[in-house]
Design a protein around this ligand. Structure first.
Ligand code: SF4
Length: 304
């Protein structure tokens, strides 16, 4: 086994930067770059060669990319576990039937227990109902399903009701992300920002009440956590957060050593592994001596 300090498990690959929504709180890295299917497959090769075992296909909205299934098939051929993070608008039974062989997990967003709360960050009132419909559509399929929620000052009071809603829809995994004022979302910081201590107490309370019925994974927005995501753009650029935006630290197609690139740019391997340890049977790392990360670590333990 590679040393934990110099290896990666999961990678987010933005197959396209285009999106069919315009969420006011979008914190996605934007780029005008597009790439061919061959380039995307080469990027996946680099990801697999760097030792990653999982790729999350994301965007923008990944389902906009017409050859997404071919990308997923290539990832599977490289023995990667394949996840899809989607706003769900373009999910259809036909696509799901074809995806069964290549996609393992599907992640959908819900940011409140009602359409009006959800719309505060997502912009669209109809999207709330659409996601609930898609959760029903997904029930008979074999994918592992999770829901991601951006926890902010405008929705934390609705999360008890949202937990009950998710449990009714048989969602078994729930990812809570502290609102992160970066990129476009920076403009909402006055209204949405939630102190980390408040986020942690909300997450702890939800775990105490619902942790048996739904696995809750809470992720704060401290820099150490944000620098633990391997985020790769459609053209192979690797990005890390910087102040209220992103910086490109290199490109996987031109740099032969992704691990070295990350290492040279303060990538947080310890938190990266703490988050992914269940994916690769790594022991959970005890980070309790690192104040900013202690709660996250103990939460991950508590749901294992
Ligand atoms: S948050 Fe996601 S769905 Fe919304 S605009 Fe950004 S990329 Fe699109």
């Amino acid at each position: 086994m590679k040393e934990i300090s110099r290896s990666i498990v999961g990678v987010c690959f933005r197959v396209t930067h285009a999106c069919n929504m315009a969420c006011p709180m979008c914190y996605s890295f934007k780029s005008l770059h597009v790439s061919s299917l061959a380039t995307k497959c080469e990027i996946l090769d680099r990801i697999a060669n760097a030792g990653a075992t999982k790729v999350m296909l994301t965007g923008g909205e990944p389902l906009i990319y017409k050859d997404l299934l071919l990308v997923a098939r290539h990832a599977k051929a490289r023995s990667l576990k394949v996840g899809l993070s989607t706003n769900a608008i373009l999910l259809t039974p036909q696509w799901l039937n074809e995806a069964c062989s290549f996609v393992d997990e599907i992640s959908l967003p819900l940011d409140g227990s009602t359409s009006s709360i959800h719309a505060l960050g997502r912009g669209s009132r109809n999207h709330f109902e659409l996601v609930l419909e898609r959760l029903e559509l997904l029930r008979p399929y074999p994918f592992a399903i999770d829901v991601g929620t951006i926890v902010s000052a405008v929705n934390w009071q609705s999360l008890d009701s949202l937990a009950e809603l998710l449990i009714r829809h048989e969602v078994r995994k729930w990812k809570l992300f502290q609102f992160w004022p970066i990129a476009k979302a920076h403009a909402l910081r006055g209204q949405f920002a939630l102190p980390v201590s408040h986020f942690r107490s909300v997450a702890d309370s939800l775990m105490g009440k619902y942790g048996v019925e739904i696995s809750i994974d809470a992720r704060d927005a401290l820099l150490g956590t944000m620098q633990s995501y391997v985020d790769i753009s459609a053209n192979g650029d690797v990005v890390l957060p910087k102040e209220h935006g992103y910086r490109i630290i290199g490109n996987v197609l031109t740099c032969k050593d992704l691990i070295k690139m990350l290492e040279n740019n303060s990538f947080n391997f310890a938190v990266h592994h703490s988050r992914h340890w269940r994916d690769k049977n790594y022991p959970c790392i005890d980070l309790r001596d690192q104040t900013s990360l202690s709660i996250q670590s103990s939460r991950i333990r508590s749901i294992s």
